[in-house]
Structures are given as structure tokens and as C-alpha cells.
Design a protein around this ligand. Structure first.
Ligand code: ATP
Ligand code: 3PG
Length: 488
């Protein structure tokens, strides 16, 4: 199946390229013909090893109360081995929590409109299971987050707009502090009842947070008895509330959201049900080099879309009009294609594209072969043949990870490719395929299409998920206590 797909791509590209030069035809065909051989790695499917349905849209406390032994993933990335077997809040006994002051770092960095209304509460909802678990066990929750990138105290970055949504979702009145350290905060902590939640003010109002200053971390730590990090979206930052604080608070454990992100973005990606397909899009190849290189080590099929494809086409001698091209990445594009071939990864580039006469929502548009983009026109989406070929390739996959849109999906006219991929993944998710949306704009696209709830996992992290997919270690995870080793 994958092999048929590859040859269809080739023939379409050949047809397209014949309108330019024969050498371009030869170059594109020889570079893209990569045999679809499977990797020989032995793997235990995540679904099987976790013992719960990874295809479920949401997640329950029950499903996340998995023992430490099933969370001992070691994901091999291009930049080293990522060991993410961390102690979880689910590993703590009720007695460890009752009456205890628990410092919970969440990522409540949500978008707000001009009237300070939350326009997307995904991150708030994602933080709820851990907080609920703690309050149900009689803990006193001291909740901390950043919002935006303030330089000093900045009212528009206050966490005040979070209070009502948090209270609504938790079913209790959340108390808000005007600061995150100091005597007033200490008084509020002292009066916090068991099962109560105190939301601290934006921790980035102190420059010491991002500088990870130990004195500041110690002040935060002095408020509590133990630490739970559930801020996956900020786990790639070594800040006082994500990393420094762990030096002063024991135990320091992972929250349910953080654990679930690791289970999917490390576990499912390192030990996928095969065939394993990766879809990488977005604007520039330069911002995805690490991800592509890392995924080439693991996946069987790699589909490329978005603005980055034009650098690959240009590297093959095709004319790309005024499409987005990174001239200094042409050699890199060539070497990535060669690497895919050497690794036996079936790499598919879109054979046709939707072009525009200007970068605007009302631009004139046309569908052309990828090799026939006229001067003055730019490719802003993948075309219908590409969607068909991508869908056929995805039909063969058992695990799919997607990062980055296929086109300029913010403009309706150029959203078709991205929306088609979102719908395809939703359809396959319903058939038991593990579908992982790796953060960033692809999450926005999936939400726009209204299929977010059926995906196996939607990451709440943009930068954090990219770094994890690149095989990097996240400081906020590394700092947590190791899970107790058990024999499987
Ligand atoms: N053909 C194209 N030409 C120009 N821009 C494109 C094209 N295709 C997609 N884009 C743009 O790429 C942007 C997303 O790229 P980016 O690399 O940021 O992806 P992402 O990984 O989803 O996001 P994040 O950086 O948040 O992780 C979108 O704004 C989209 O409009
Ligand atoms: O939105 C995010 O990606 C996280 O909240 C991290 O924010 P930052 O990039 O400002 O550190």
C-alpha cells in the first residue's frame, strides 16, 4: 500500500515536472523514491502497555492511575536518550496529601481578549484532574502559573481572569492572592482549608522567576509541603517555579497532565504501533529540523506540508515562484531527503499545491502541480491530489503524529489541506488508530474543524512538545523525583 502510494506520488511529480525540465524530473523522482521498508525495532504498543484505551478522547483519574512500571519510557531522540520515568501525584497515598500544602505549578497561560475574557480554556480544563485529585484527598492547593511574558508587574497579565473559570470547573470558590510570595500570601495559605485552592498571582511578575534565582525559588517553596508540576507547556523552561523549587520541596512529582503528555509524546512515539506516520508542516523547515531528524529515526512514513515544502522543491531544482523558501536551507532539505531514503522512511511531498497571486485571504487561487508554480505566484496550501495521496498513506498507519499546518489555514481559501488532514485523523482515531496532535497551530486547526475531542491526544504544549519530539530533555521534568523502579 505504502509502496503504491509512493509510486503514485512519483508519477504525479514526474508528470508535473515534465512541463519544466527533464533534469528536474529526474532529480525529484530519484530523491523522493524512498523504499517503504519497516523498521525492525521491537516495540510494545502504548495501548497495551498502559492497559487503558489511549484512543479515548479525554482521560479520567482512573485511566491515569497507572503504576510507575508502565511509565518507564526511554525515548531515543536525535540528541540523546530521554528518560522520563517520574513519580506521579497518583503514586502518593491519601495520607501523603491530607492536610498537606501542595504547590501546584500549572500552565494557565491562556489567550485573553481585550476584555480579559478567556478565548480558549483548554489549558484550564487540562489542569483540573490534578487539582481535583488533590482537593478530594484533603490537600490545600497553592496554584501557580505564569501568563504571557510580562516585564515586572503588569495588570493585563494578572491571573485574576482565571478565578471564575477555575471555580466553575472545580465546583469550589478559588481564592486569589495579589502576589505569589510574601506575608500576605503566607496569611492566605495559613487560612486555607483542606480541599481549598489558593491561586497565586503571575509568577513572572518577578524577574527572578525566569532567572531561576534560588532565593526566589526557596520563597515559593516555603509556602508548601510538597510540589506537583503539571505545567507541561512550560516544562521546557528552567524557571524558579518549574525547576528551582524542586531543590527545596520533596517530594516533587508530576501531575496527571504532565504524565499524560509524556506518555504520548515520549511513550507512544518511541514505542508506536506500526506503521507509524508523522505529518510535519508549518512555515519554515528551519524551525522543524530537529523534529524531522528525530522523527526520521522512528517513523515509517513522513508526510511534509506547509511552507517548508518549497525549500525541498527548490532544492530539487523546481521553480517555486514567490513561495516561502529558505535559501540557506537548500542543502539541508536535500540531506533530509537522503536521510529518509537511507533510513527506509517513505517520505511524501505534496505533488500539487494551491497557489495564490498574493498573501491575502482574498487572493486569486489555482491548483497546479508542485513543479509548475508560475513566477509571481506562491503556494499556500496542498492540493487535492496531495490530500488523496496523504489520506492513502495515513490509511496504512496505526500511530500518527501531526505537527504544523499544511497551509495558511488562517485564510479560509487555503485551509482545505489542513482541514482535510484534521478530518482524516478524526476518522482514523474512531477506527482505533492512535492520533497525537503535537501542539502549536495544528491544535488550533483541529479545534477549528471541531474534531479535537476524538483525537487520542492533543498536546497543551507548543514549544515544550516540539522540544520533546526533538528528543530533548525538559528541565521541568528532569527535576522531578524518579519513579520507584519496579520489575515488569
Ligand atoms: N505555504 C505556506 N506559506 C506560508 N506560510 C505557511 C504556509 N503553510 C503554512 N504556513 C504558516 O505556518 C504557520 C505555522 O507554522 P509554525 O512553524 O509556527 O507551525 P506550528 O508548529 O504549528 O506552530 P508552533 O510554532 O506554535 O509550534 C501558520 O501561521 C501558517 O499560516
Ligand atoms: O505558551 C507556552 O508555550 C507556554 O506557556 C510557555 O510560554 P513561554 O514561551 O512564554 O515560556
Amino acid at each position: 500500500m505504502a509502496s503504491a502510494t509512493t509510486s503514485t506520488t512519483l508519477s504525479l511529480l514526474k508528470t508535473a515536472a515534465s512541463s519544466t525540465t527533464s533534469s528536474a524530473t529526474h532529480t525529484s523522482a530519484s530523491l523522493i523514491r524512498v523504499p517503504p521498508t519497516r523498521h525492525q525495532r521491537k516495540s510494545v504498543p502504548l495501548r497495551q502497555s498502559l492497559g487503558f484505551s489511549a484512543a479515548a478522547s479525554g482521560y479520567s483519574l482512573l485511566s491515569l492511575h497507572v503504576s510507575s512500571k508502565v511509565r518507564s519510557f526511554k525515548g531515543k531522540g536525535s540528541r540523546g536518550v530521554v528518560s522520563m520515568a517520574k513519580k506521579s501525584v497518583g503514586d502518593l497515598a491519601g495520607a501523603d496529601l491530607k492536610g498537606k500544602k501542595v504547590f501546584v505549578r500549572a500552565d494557565l497561560n491562556v489567550p485573553l481578549d481585550d476584555n480579559q475574557n478567556i478565548t480558549d480554556d483548554t489549558r484550564v480544563r487540562a489542569a483540573i484532574p490534578t487539582i481535583k485529585h488533590l482537593i478530594q484527598n484533603g490537600a490545600k492547593v497553592i496554584l501557580s502559573s505564569h501568563l504571557g511574558r510580562p516585564k515586572g508587574v503588569t495588570p493585563k497579565f494578572s491571573l485574576a481572569p482565571l478565578v471564575s473559570r477555575l471555580s466553575e470547573l472545580l465546583g469550589i470558590q478559588v481564592v486569589k492572592a495579589d502576589d505569589c510570595i510574601g506575608p500576605e500570601v503566607e496569611k492566605l495559605v495559613a487560612s486555607l482549608p483542606e480541599g481549598g485552592v489558593l491561586l497565586l498571582e503571575n509568577v513572572r511578575f518577578y524577574k527572578e522567576e525566569e532567572k531561576n534565582e534560588p532565593e526566589f525559588a526557596e520563597k515559593l517553596a516555603s509556602l508548601a509541603d510538597l510540589y506537583v508540576n503539571d505545567a507541561f507547556g512550560t516544562a521546557h523552561r528552567a524557571h524558579a517555579s518549574t525547576e528551582g523549587v524542586t531543590k527545596f520541596l520533596k517530594p516533587s512529582v508530576a501531575g496527571f497532565l504532565l504524565q499524560k503528555e509524556l506518555d504520548y509524546l515520549v511513550g507512544a512515539v518511541s514505542s508506536p504501533k506500526r506503521p507509524f506516520a508523522a505529518i510535519v508542516g508549518g512555515s519554515k523547515v528551519s524551525s522543524k529540523i530537529g523534529v524531522i531528524e528525530s522523527l526520521l529515526e522512528k517513523c515509517d512514513i513522513l508526510l511534509l506540508g506547509g511552507g517548508m515544502i518549497f525549500t525541498f522543491y527548490k532544492a530539487q531544482g523546481l521553480s517555486v515562484g514567490s513561495s516561502l523558501v529558505e535559501e540557506d536551507k537548500l542543502d539541508l532539505a536535500t540531506s533530509l531527503l537522503a536521510k529518509a531514503k537511507a533510513k527506509g522512511v517513505s517520505l511524501l511531498l505534496p505533488p500539487d499545491v494551491v497557489i495564490a497571486d498574493k498573501f491575502a485571504p482574498d487572493a486569486n487561487s489555482e491548483v497546479v502541480p508542485a513543479s509548475a508554480i508560475p513566477d509571481g505566484w506562491m503556494g499556500l496550501d496542498i492540493g487535492p491530489d496531495s490530500i488523496k495521496i496523504f489520506n492513502e498513506a495515513l490509511d496504512t498507519a496505526q500511530t500518527i503524529i501531526w505537527n504544523g499546518p499544511m497551509g495558511v489555514f488562517e485564510f479560509d481559501k487555503f485551509a482545505t489541506g489542513t482541514e482535510a488532514i484534521a478530518k482524516k485523523l478524526a476518522d482514523l482515531s474512531g477506527k482505533g488508530v492512535t492520533t497525537i496532535i503535537g501542539g502549536g497551530d495544528s491544535v488550533a486547526a483541529v479545534e477549528k474543524v471541531g474534531v479535537a475531542s476524538v483525537m487520542s491526544h492533543i498536546s497543551t504544549g507548543g514549544g515544550a512538545s516540539l522540544e520533546l519530539l526533538e528528543g530533548k530533555e525538559l528541565p521541568g521534568v528532569v527535576a522531578l523525583d524518579e519513579a520507584t523502579p519496579v520489575t515488569v
